[in-house]
Ligand binder design. Structure first.
Ligand SMILES: Nc1nc2c(ncn2[C@@H]2O[C@H](COP(=O)(O)OP(=O)(O)OP(=O)(O)O)[C@@H](O)[C@H]2O)c(=O)[nH]1
Ligand SMILES: [Mg+2]
Length: 382
């Protein structure tokens, strides 16, 4: 594996100088049918800030009556085919490179493995994950007499499945707590797709018969509040909001109070992705969590970090930073359509050990898929 070592160090250097790019893929939130999402692993949140302001007597905006969802937004598409479509760019780019591997060659040798390593790195799988895959394939190739193109595809598919399944082992396995309301906080840097994902998620929960309420805790921009209002109206769920610049924790407070008193099943809190600096952002998220915990002990029950898959290695960095600053229960990787960087799902799952729960494959209300490693890999290798 001497040849690989030099290639690895080459890519390690190259990775740092790579500009952000886009991509990603996933599966259907139709799986919410099983209610599994509501049984997501619970996270402990014991962040306490000294001198925390007591939030009381805050004006709670009147809840709007739930309008009917607009049927035109519903997609009649087969979820599988929409996943295939969403992953098309990654797939095309990856497999066209893969088939070039065998031009003028009939079996897997050291050169093929070196090139495969490069393809994986270029598909944003990440160096650490690529090395693991290549090492495993190398071992298997040396054990088998003849490995040609179809055998390599089969081995590669198995190795990728193994990595994704291992990383997602713990998701949805915790027993249901029957928590009501079940509180979800959505975090991530600006522009990754938090608000859109919340809209899609609210739609999926509502379709499962859940009574959903949203909280506009991104008070940093007026447009952010309006955007969430548009989604709330579109899906037909309630929204709690205050004016721009108000305390995000107080919006969360209002939302949870309403959810509790009016017996909502699911609360989804939007948060700002952009503040004056990173420390401010993380402090604010901690404060929102502390306030929630006071109203509904142990909430939020789930913190979803949204990452823009099309930013490739940048998404890795964001995942690292957020998970070191706050408890992240799962990931939603968006914008996998329109990017060839879908490999990032693999690297992030493997290296950060945070399960990928959803993938966003478009801007439509139905374009959020529950991430199932098996279906994902099947779609990829189809
Ligand atoms: N193609 C595609 N676009 C998406 C997807 N998810 C979100 N978007 C688009 O990405 C853009 C940003 O999405 P938002 O939901 O506003 O992102 P945000 O994280 O809430 O952004 P801030 O509120 O600015 O922090 C919008 O134009 C969305 O339509 C996806 O899965 N695929
Ligand atoms: Mg937003």
């Amino acid at each position: 594996m001497g040849v690989f070592k030099s290639i690895k160090s080459f890519f390690l250097e190259k990775k740092d100088s790579k500009p952000p790019s886009k991509e990603k893929k996933e599966e259907n939130v139709d799986k919410l049918e099983s209610d599994e999402a509501i049984k997501a692993p619970k996270i402990k949140n014991k962040l306490k800030t000294p001198g925390e302001k007591v939030l009381k007597d805050l004006p709670i905006e009147k809840l709007k009556p739930e309008p009917k969802p607009k049927p035109k937004l519903e997609s009649k598409e087969d979820p599988k085919s929409s996943l295939d479509k969403g992953l098309e760019k990654t797939k095309k780019s990856f497999f066209s490179k893969l088939s070039n591997l065998f031009v003028g060659r009939s079996k897997v040798d050291i050169d093929v493995l070196d090139e495969l390593e490069e393809i994986l790195i270029r598909s944003d799988v990440g160096v650490e994950t690529t090395i693991k895959i290549i090492d495993n394939i190398e071992t298997r190739v040396s054990e088998e007499k003849y490995v040609g193109k179809s055998e390599l595809n089969k081995i590669l598919k198995e190795e990728i499945s193994k990595i994704l399944e291992d990383a997602n082992l713990n998701i949805n396995l915790k027993p249901s707590t029957d928590t009501k309301p079940y509180v979800i906080m959505v975090v991530g840097v600006n522009g990754v797709g938090k608000t859109t994902t919340i809209g899609k998620l609210a739609y999926a929960y509502k379709n499962k018969g859940k009574k959903v309420i949203l909280g506009a805790s991104d008070t940093f921009r007026a447009a952010a509040i309006n955007q969430l209002q548009v989604w709330a109206d579109r899906v037909g769920v309630n929204l709690v909001k205050q004016q721009m610049g108000s305390d995000p924790a107080s919006v969360a407070y209002d939302t949870l109070k309403s959810a509790k008193s009016q017996q909502f099943d699911v609360v989804i809190i939007d948060t700002a992705g952009r503040l004056h600096n990173k420390v401010n952002l993380m402090n604010e998220l901690s404060k929102i969590k502390r306030v929630m915990d006071k109203i509904i002990p142990d909430s939020p029950h789930e913190v979803i970090l949204v990452l823009d898959g099309s930013t490739g290695q940048n998404a890795f960095e964001q995942a690292k930073q957020f998970s070191s600053a706050t408890d992240v229960s799962s990931l939603a990787i968006t914008k996998l359509d329109g990017t060839a960087k879908g490999g990032v799902v693999l690297g992030i799952s493997h290296q950060l050990k945070i399960p990928v729960k959803y993938i966003g494959i478009g801007e439509k209300i139905t374009d959020l898929k529950f991430f199932d490693p098996k279906t994902f890999v099947e779609s990829f290798f189809k």
